[in-house]
Design a protein around this ligand. Structure first.
Ligand code: ATP
Ligand code: MG
Length: 351
C-alpha cells in the first residue's frame, strides 16, 4: 500500500452499519493510500472503532493487502505492546529484545494494513516501536485508533467529531426499532423528539445506542429529563443490562453495546494523571467553550499552578477529553458525557 494510483470511491454502505460517515470514510481511505501511519482519534464512543473497521474491511478492495487487527483495549501496560502484538500476530516467542525484529520480518512479507485499536492504552510510549516497524517494512501501513494518538512523527491525525443531526436521528430511530421500542417508533415521536434528545446525547453514537435501549420503557420526554441530569446520562446502559446478551430480547432483537456510559467515561479517567483529573473536574463547572487563559482563571489554585495547569490542559487535549469548540479559535469543551463524569468527580473532590 504505497502512493495512491486513483482516488478511492466512496465505499460508505447504505444501511445502518456506518451512518453519516461517508466523508470521513472517504478521507480515511484516501489517507491509508498515501500515508504510513494514520491516527484516527476522538472522544469515547464517537465511533472510531466502527469507522476504522469499515475502512479496514474496504481497504483490500481498493488495493490488495492483508489486514491484521489488534485490539489493545486489554493492554495492562504500554511496555507489553510488542509482546501483545507478537502474540496476536502469531509471531513465535523470541529471545528478549528481538521481538520487534521478528515482527518486522512477518509484517514485511507482504503488503499489510495493521489496525491498532485502543492506542490510548499505549500512553504515547510505543511511538518508537511503531516507527521501527514502519521503517523496516516498506509495504506496511498502520491505522492507529484511539482516544489519543501514538505520538509519532509519522502520524497523520484524523479527528472524529459527533454525528451530524440527520445521521444521529437516523441512528436513534434505527436502534430503537432494533431494540424493540415499538411505541416510540409508532407514535411518530421520533420526528418530534429525537433531535433534541440526540443533542442532549452530544450526537455521540454510543450514547445514542444506549439511549435507544431505554426507549423500550420510557417516552422520549421522560428520557430527556433523565439524561439532562449528569447521573442519568452516565447511567445509560446499566438499566438495559438484561437485554445485552445477543438474542436475549424477544424475536432476536439486536443486543445493546456491552458497556455503560459511565464505564466509557471512567476508561478515559483511568488513563489521566492526577493533575489532569483535577483540571477535568474543575472544568466541568465552567460554562462550555473556554481557552487556556479562561481555564487558568477559573481552575487555577491549589494543586494547579499555571505551569501544572497548562501541562494538564495539553494532556486533556491529547487524550480527547477536551475537544475543539467552534472553528479556528483555541477554544475547547468537554463532551457532555465527560462533563457529567467531571461533575461527579468535582463533588467527590470538594466533599
Ligand atoms: N456511524 C455509525 N453508524 C452506526 N453505528 C455506529 C456509528 N458509529 C458508532 N456506532 C456504534 O456506536 C457505538 C460506539 O462506537 P465505537 O465503539 O466505534 O466508538 P469508539 O469511538 O471506538 O469508542 P471508544 O473510545 O470507547 O473505543 C458502537 O456500538 C458502534 O457500533
Ligand atoms: Mg473504540
Amino acid at each position: 500500500m504505497t502512493a495512491a494510483a486513483a482516488v478511492p470511491p466512496d465505499p460508505c454502505p447504505t444501511d445502518d452499519v456506518l451512518l453519516g460517515r461517508g466523508r470521513e470514510l472517504a478521507a480515511l481511505s484516501r489517507a491509508l493510500f498515501g500515508q504510513r501511519l494514520v491516527a484516527l482519534t476522538g472522544p469515547a464512543g464517537v465511533g472510531k472503532s466502527r469507522l476504522a473497521a469499515v475502512a479496514a474491511a474496504a481497504a483490500p478492495q481498493l488495493r490488495p493487502c492483508r489486514v491484521r487487527s489488534v485490539d489493545l483495549g486489554g493492554l495492562l501496560a504500554p511496555e507489553l505492546f510488542t509482546s501483545t502484538l507478537a502474540y496476536v500476530l502469531d509471531v513465535p516467542a523470541q529471545r528478549e529484545g528481538s521481538e520487534l525484529g521478528a515482527l518486522a520480518r512477518v509484517l514485511a512479507s507482504e503488503p499489510t494494513l495493521l489496525v491498532l485499536d485502543g492506542c490510548e492504552r499505549l500512553r504515547g510510549q510505543a511511538a518508537a516501536g511503531i516507527e521501527f516497524l514502519i521503517d523496516s517494512c516498506p509495504q506496511l501501513v498502520v491505522l492507529a485508533v484511539g482516544r489519543s494518538t501514538p505520538g509519532s512523527r509519522y502520524e497523520r491525525v484524523q479527528r472524529l467529531d459527533p454525528l451530524a443531526e440527520g445521521p444521529a436521528v437516523a441512528l436513534l430511530s434505527s436502534r430503537a426499532r432494533q431494540f424493540g421500542a415499538r411505541a416510540f417508533v409508532r407514535s411518530g415521536h421520533e420526528h418530534l423528539d429525537a433531535l433534541p434528545l440526540c443533542h442532549l446525547l452530544d450526537r455521540n453514537p454510543l450514547a445514542i445506542e444506549l439511549a435507544a435501549g431505554r426507549l423500550t420503557e420510557l417516552t422520549p420526554r421522560q428520557l430527556m429529563s433523565e439524561v439532562s441530569r449528569p447521573a442519568g446520562l452516565l447511567a445509560l446502559g446499566s438499566a438495559g443490562a438484561a437485554s445485552r446478551e445477543p438474542g436475549s430480547g424477544a424475536g432476536g432483537l439486536r443486543a445493546l453495546p456491552e458497556r455503560t456510559l459511565r464505564e466509557a467515561a471512567a476508561a478515559s479517567h483511568e488513563l489521566c494523571t492526577e493533575e489532569e483529573r483535577t483540571l477535568w473536574a474543575r472544568l466541568s463547572a465552567v460554562p462550555v467553550g473556554f481557552d487556556l487563559a479562561e481555564a487558568q482563571q477559573a481552575c487555577g489554585g491549589p494543586e494547579l499552578d499555571p505551569h501544572t495547569l497548562e501541562r494538564a490542559w495539553c494532556g486533556l487535549i491529547r487524550s480527547s477529553v477536551l475537544v475543539p469548540y467552534g472553528a479556528g479559535a483555541q477554544r475547547y469543551r468537554l463532551p457532555f458525557l465527560l462533563r457529567a463524569f467531571g461533575r461527579e468527580q468535582l463533588r467527590e473532590l470538594t466533599r
